[in-house]
Design a protein. Structure first.
Length: 71
């Protein structure tokens, strides 16, 4: 049986995924490193150790923030 696709919003853009995946898998698939981003899921900031255990669900809203140093 094939998994059901889900739709999420990431950084304001709707994305359709073939199936649910962890937040870390989503981040890595988009070229980011989990050690170099801050992730907010549905209004709550996720701890770095939660990125691999939190599974995305239909309707989730992510904000992926890449901090930049400098002045």
């Amino acid at each position: 049986m094939k998994p059901d696709p889900i739709t999420i919003t990431a950084n304001g853009k709707r994305e359709r995924l073939d199936s649910a995946c962890s937040v870390a898998e989503f981040i890595e698939a988009h070229g980011w490193k989990t050690t170099q981003v801050v992730v907010e899921r549905n209004g709550s900031v996720l701890a770095r150790n939660e990125l691999r255990t939190q599974m995305l669900a239909d309707g989730d809203c992510l904000e992926v923030i890449v901090p930049v140093a400098g002045g």
